[in-house]
Design a protein around this ligand. Structure first.
Ligand code: NAD
Length: 704
């Protein structure tokens, strides 16, 4: 994992872990070298591409530590990574079964027992087990571009080699709770200020590390360092804030507990308890689910027919439409270093977009995520305009105008006339047919869908839609852009709603059926939020606006088979001007600008009337039935999406739902979750969905 990449859950890299320490040949390959420099041993860890702490690396490092301990000519030692980075993390492939010896704590114990001072020289990323290795050394010096992280919670575990015990000894319990339960990447400057680093290298990391190691007169034993005293309330506040994210995530609570042990127990004992908790978590269901998503992400960008196809270099991008999506997309683009021209026919839309983007940067500065100069540089990359003609300079244009075929086709055709002949044209449409839009241009091979999710500067998912004529280079450029933006690109084929919205619609329809049969919006939202969704479908609807779905329904009304079950509640809400939060009313009421909606008697009345008008005797629907039907609908449609070739693989669909639709990541996505259930439960759920849906229901062949 090259440092600077925004992939956040990095604890290993598949390329490096195909064969986790298993083969003799790999174990014997020298990936740890002991070099000598002025009486100092320099232990070079050289396990490309990202120095994963594989079993082979651990074994050879243990040998090297023993060798330097026994060599009288060596006074001190430095640990350093070869290539782009220090050790980027553990070898995830190992985590599902028994770990191979020697385990990390054994290596760290040898470092501690070695009578000579050892300095960790860090560059790139020191993450997970890699950072724990550094923490077990007597001092740490970092290159200016270093980032450190203990991202274990993102994989459903806690640090298992001293991280939860050593970090609080250096920076205190409250800060350690924040750092470890967020799993965030911390830049070198912050790590220095807090005390996780002892120095930042000025010019030559290796030479400065050697000088530091030789200057240390003896071991610095963290076991003897007490956890800095802190006000109980500060610690309690940090714990409370972390525990807010702990629902369904037992590893967060374990991480908080483990950090608190540091203040109460000797280092050795704390480490033993931490290790036991780590082992229990790594084989728990949540960890399997999160590892599944981790590997799914690496897999998603591997497309057989794109191998070796170069992506187009992008310097300038234009975004057409400065509304909700266009402004968010432009923010993401300038943040990634791209010069961006944002075009809208309405000057007030442009002004709103500009203030929103400036505000995002100001907030990032206030939160110390970036400095003022970076914010300034980003804003300087943004240009606003009210005409399409300047899009002639762009290498890529992304249209994000109204979701209307006529409007979009006209804009695409106009863009085609002004753009450079070889420039790429993307549409951010949520549902419309990309092939029809491509046909409005004279360059269908350069047209693709880039379906961003709202808010586009935050959401990690990007559906990359391949039209019938989209060229391989155009697609490769879409994937390269996703990487550059720190997003997860997932390939989708053309159909109504692509992967995500197609499946989501079926799920939402099933939820509307349940309203008609007897449930209320809060019953359904609460049941699905208890399952782990970030938000239930009706709260999502109110947040994103019901008018989009309404417009879509009106568009489909002409071709909808009268035999198909249609629930008109949403139409009636919209007819009453209830478009969601933005109008102060939707599925819920939002009196006095409340952010969380409240059940509204008027909505209940509309729902009850709708039930009566359609001959439903309302009944109470249990939360278990709500979950089974909502997920049954989702899983069945997901299987159909696969069967229809709209998605390439099941794990791509899991990524789409975990990263774009608030599906609980610790359940691994809908298809992973389904694969861990009793098949009879899924089949029964789909039976219920089939009965409720009636006309037009198509059952996936795999669900029997
Ligand atoms: P929006 O109404 O907020 O913004 C659309 C903007 O396009 C407006 O500012 C409008 O002035 C501008 N516009 C319209 N015609 C134009 C033209 N001919 N030239 C230049 N500008 C023009 O809409 P939005 O929510 O940002 O959605 C935009 C697109 O993104 C739609 O296709 C939508 O389906 C898709 N999308 C939306 C979401 C979402 O959650 N809102 C998510 C994914 C994709």
């Amino acid at each position: 994992m090259p440092h600077g990449s925004r992939t956040n859950a990095v604890m290993g890299d598949q390329a490096a872990t195909k064969n986790p320490g298993a083969s003799l040949a790999q174990r014997e390959r020298r990936i740890v070298r002991l070099e000598r420099e002025r009486g100092c041993a320099v232990i070079v860890l050289d396990n490309p591409p990202v120095n994963v702490a594989s079993a082979a690396l651990r074994a050879q490092l243990l040998d090297a530590v023993r060798e330097l301990a026994a060599d009288d000519g060596i006074k001190a030692a430095v640990l350093i990574g070869a290539g782009k980075t220090f050790v980027s993390g553990a070898d995830l492939k190992e985590f599902g079964g028994p770990l191979l010896p020697p385990e990390m704590p054994q290596v760290l114990a040898a470092l501690g027992d070695c009578p000579k001072p050892i300095v960790a020289a860090l560059h790139g990323a020191a993450m997970g087990g890699g950072f724990e290795l550094a923490l077990a050394c007597d001092a740490r010096i970092g290159a200016p571009d270093l980032v450190v992280a203990l991202p274990e919670v993102k994989l459903g575990i806690i640090p298992g080699a001293g991280g939860t015990q050593r970090v609080p000894r250096l920076i205190g319990v409250s800060k350690a709770i924040e750092f470890i339960t967020s799993g965030r990447r911390m830049p070198a400057q912050e790590a220095l200020a807090l005390g996780l680093l002892d120095a930042i290298a000025k010019a030559d990391l290796r030479a400065e590390a050697v000088a530091l190691a030789l200057s240390l007169s003896g071991k610095r034993n963290l076991a003897a360092v007490p956890v800095p005293a802190e006000n109980d309330e500060v610690v309690a506040a940090a714990a409370d804030s972390a525990l807010k994210k702990a629902k369904g995530r037992p590893y967060i609570a374990r991480a908080v507990e483990a950090v608190r042990w540091a203040a109460e127990t000797p280092l050795d004992e704390g480490m033993a308890r931490e290790r036991a908790a780590f082992h229990a978590l790594r084989t728990a269901e949540e960890a399997f689910a999160l590892r599944h998503l981790f590997f799914a992400e690496r897999e998603a960008s591997r497309l057989r027919d794109l191998e070796g196809v170069p992506a187009r270099a992008l310097a300038k991008v234009a975004v057409i439409g400065a509304g909700t999506m266009g402004s968010g997309i432009a923010a993401a683009l300038i943040e990634s270093g791209l010069h961006t021209l944002l075009i809208d026919t309405k000057t007030d839309a442009l002004q709103r977009a500009q203030s929103k983007i400036a505000e995002l940067q100001a907030r990032a500065v206030a939160q110390t995520r970036i400095d003022q100069a970076t914010a300034q540089a980003r804003l300087e990359r943004l240009t606003l305009g009210s005409e399409l003609a300047p899009a002639r300079d762009a290498d890529l244009v992304i249209e994000a105008v109204f979701e209307d075929m006529g409007v979009k086709a006209k804009v695409m055709a106009e863009l085609d006339r002004v753009m450079k002949p070889d420039a790429i044209l993307a549409t951010n449409t949520s549902y419309l047919n990309v092939d029809v839009l491509a046909a409005a241009t004279g360059r269908p091979h350069l047209v693709l869908g880039l379906h961003f999710f709202s808010p586009a500067n935050v959401m990690r998912l990007l559906e990359i839609v391949r039209g019938a004529k989209t060229s391989r280079e155009t697609l490769a450029t879409g994937f390269a852009l996703a990487r550059r933006l720190g997003k997860v690109g997932v390939l989708a084929g053309v159909c109504e709603g692509f992967i995500g919205n197609r499946i989501y619609n079926v799920y939402r329809n099933q939820c509307e059926f349940m309203l008609q049969e007897g449930a209320l919006p809060q019953d359904i939202d609460d049941a699905l939020e208890d399952f782990g969704f970030a938000m239930g479908p009706f709260r999502v609807g109110d947040l994103s606006g019901l008018d989009i779905a309404w417009a879509n329904r009106k568009r489909q009304a002409a071709t909808r088979d009268p035999r198909a079950r249609h629930v008109a509640i949403l139409d009636r809400l919209c007819e009453a001007g209830r478009f969601g939060q933005k109008t102060g009313a939707g599925w819920y009421g939002y009196p006095h600008g409340a952010r969380r909606g409240e059940p509204d008697p008027l909505v209940e009345k509309i729902i009850i009337e709708e039930s009566a008008a359609n001959g439903f005797a309302r009944r109470k629907i249990a939360p278990e039935e709500i979950v089974d039907r909502a997920l049954g609908a989702m899983i069945n449609e997901a299987r159909l999406v696969l069967a229809d070739g709209i998605a390439q693989r099941a794990s791509d669909i899991d990524l789409v739902f975990a990263h774009g639709y608030g599906f609980p990541d610790y359940r691994g996505g809908p298809l992973f979750w389904a694969s861990r259930q009793d098949p009879a439960r899924i089949a029964r759920a789909v039976d219920l969905v089939a009965a409720a849906t009636g006309f037009g229901f198509r059952r996936a062949a795999e669900i029997r």
